[in-house]
Design a protein around this ligand. Structure first.
Ligand SMILES: Cc1cc2nc3c(=O)[nH]c(=O)nc-3n(C[C@H](O)[C@H](O)[C@H](O)COP(=O)(O)OP(=O)(O)OC[C@H]3O[C@@H](n4cnc5c(N)ncnc54)[C@H](O)[C@@H]3O)c2cc1C
Length: 529
């Protein structure tokens, strides 16, 4: 008992002192770079800049990875679909980057085989074209992909995926991409940035900035509910879907929503990812431990950015496509354990279908010292960071030259150096959720800036999406966090209330889920294949 109390006190002291120190540090003198946005892109910029020896601050209005960077398909991919659209440069760039992430974060980049079946009469996806496509795909990875692509005869496809619809099946190609954990990639990149000297603050919102010389940025500490100012030589707007609305931003976005469903793996039994097509669009059934991820949708979005939810049409679309490709599984809404909805921050293109808009990124410098970085993909986040910091450094070098200064700015090392040592990620960061324990929660509070129950349940661990009894586990996490952070009973209750408000709550508790969900979820589990 004493041990627990001492550990709790240590955890609380560490977390509180860390935040105080971060607030002090970011206000001491100008930072070289202030990054706005703690998604994967902002994290990549902060890590790169810190590793080059620049003084870096990063602020995130909610929790780190709150936005799109915890709501993706979790794939590290060149994008076979983009190859079909002729976007060769984009595919080549992302293909190289997926290998780079495999090198710098092997715990978050698992080689994942994809089976892409083709059917008679489907003119959008023709087997012989796909066979050429996957070979090119391997070549773009610098000669060697995460695994070698092959093709499968009809019988071989059905052997590997017995539940796949057989009528009209011609065969398949089998190729490799990477499977990651988007929120963990963001958090581990931030941990790496912090090790490199960056000061990172969650629950800290950028409000406005003015520029008499350096930028003077007005920030709001949302935990203390106080306003303070930070001076910065360069500011990077890395706010993903929010980028257009930031003062000084010149970004123009077209936001599209994508929804993913999580079901028991026994309900959609796949051991390798299966590609499901709808015209030119593709959806995936991805094996994730004892679960299968199904998604995604791609529809224009104009709703609130802070509360993106799946609606009934999104869910029924994904279920309908899955049932079409796996005719015997007969999925219904009640099979959905959890779901998430995210926004693609695509660089604007008013016309055309959402799925046709380029996933390329853009970096702009609309005012001296202000950088907008927009678009792109999870897979290319490191490259986006490198290119953004290259631009900033070029600006600094010019200025130093004019002022006769000769400070050393290092070269980019983010593609070579691992994010973290294996000992720093073991048991706390991976593609699958960690074991449910007090020890890991202590770690997230003391070392990964977790301050709310949902920080732990959703982004640090994915327990929220993975566990059937997530609501009960959240109660336990709240008890542990109350001890670690000295919450009152009222604060603990408020945390539970806050957690239950999250859209995409597990089916057994979420209000938007159908009434028979609980009954269905209480039945015996189907075996995992
Ligand atoms: C459905 C879907 C599936 C996807 N699948 C894949 C995939 O499989 N592979 C892949 O490579 N890519 C994928 N992507 C794309 C990828 O997820 C995104 O490109 C990437 O996560 C965007 O990261 P970001 O940092 O730009 O934005 P975000 O993660 O949204 O981060 C921006 C952050 O800025 C913060 N912010 C906003 N305003 C302020 C402010 N005023 N002050 C402080 N902070 C602020 C926000 O709270 C937010 O956390 C997918 C996207 C979607 C939607």
């Amino acid at each position: 008992m004493h041990g627990v109390t001492r550990a709790a006190e240590a955890g609380q002291l560490r977390a509180t002192e860390q935040r105080r120190a971060a607030l002090r540090s970011i206000q001491e003198g100008p930072v070289d770079v202030l990054v706005i946005g703690g998604g994967v892109v902002g994290a990549g910029v902060a890590r790169d800049a810190a590793m080059r020896g620049l003084r870096v601050g990063l602020v995130e209005q909610h929790d780190f990875a709150f936005g799109t960077s915890s709501r993706s398909s979790r794939l590290l991919h060149g994008g076979l679909r983009y190859l079909a659209q002729g976007r060769v440069g984009l595919v080549r760039e992302a293909s190289v980057e997926k290998k780079v992430i495999h090198h710098i974060a092997p715990h978050l980049a698992e080689p994942l085989p994809f089976i892409f079946p083709t059917y008679r009469g489907n003119r959008d996806w023709v087997l012989w074209q796909l066979k050429i496509g996957v070979k090119l795909y391997d070549l773009f990875c610098g000669g060697r992909n995460l695994g070698k692509s092959t093709w499968l005869r009809r019988s071989e496809v059905l052997q590997r995926v017995p539940d796949l619809g057989a009528a009209g099946l011609k065969g398949a190609v089998r190729y490799y991409d990477g499977f990651t954990n988007d929120a963990r990639l963001t958090l581990d990149t931030l941990r790496s940035a912090a090790k490199g000297g960056a000061t990172v603050l969650n629950y800290c919102r950028f409000k406005d900035a003015s520029r008499p010389g350096d930028w003077v940025c007005e920030l709001e500490d949302r935990l203390a509910q106080s306003i303070f100012r930070v001076r910065a030589r360069a500011v990077v707007n890395a706010t993903g879907p929010w980028a257009e609305g930031l003062p000084h931003s010149r970004v123009k976005l077209r936001l599209t929503k994508g929804v993913h469903l999580v079901v028991e793996r026994g309900r959609v039994p796949v051991t390798e990812t299966v590609v499901m097509t709808q015209g030119e669009r593709i959806l995936f059934a991805i094996p994730w431990g004892e679960r299968t991820l199904l998604g995604t949708t791609d529809t224009d979005y104009r709703g609130p950015l802070d509360d993106v939810r799946a609606d009934a049409t999104d869910v029924s679309y994904v279920l309908q496509v899955t049932n079409q490709f796996f005719p015997t599984v007969k999925l219904v809404e009640a099979d959905v354990i959890s779901l998430w909805a995210g926004l693609r921050p695509l660089v604007a293109d008013a016309g055309g279908k959402p799925s046709d808009i380029s996933r390329a990124h853009e970096i702009h410098n609309p005012e001296p010292g202000w950088w907008d970085v927009a678009g792109g993909k999870l897979t290319t986040y490191r490259l986006m960071g490198e290119q953004t910091v290259d631009h900033i450094v070029q600006g600094f070098i010019g200025l130093q030259f004019l002022q006769g200064l000769h400070g050393e700015i290092g070269r980019c090392r983010t593609a070579e150096e691992p994010l973290l040592a294996a000992a720093e990620t073991s048991g706390v960061s991976g593609i699958l959720p960690p074991e449910f324990s007090r020890a890991v929660v202590e770690h997230y509070v003391a070392r990964e800036w977790a301050v709310h129950v949902d920080d732990v349940m959703v982004r640090r661990t994915s327990w929220h999406y993975y566990l059937r009894d997530a609501a009960a586990r959240a109660q336990q996490v709240a008890v542990w966090m109350a001890e670690l952070l000295s919450w009152t009973e009222a604060q603990r209750a408020a945390e539970i209330a806050r957690y239950s408000q999250i859209g995409s709550c597990p089916a057994t508790q979420k209000p938007e889920c159908s009434a028979d969900a609980k009954q269905r979820h209480d039945r015996p589990h189907a075996p995992v294949v």
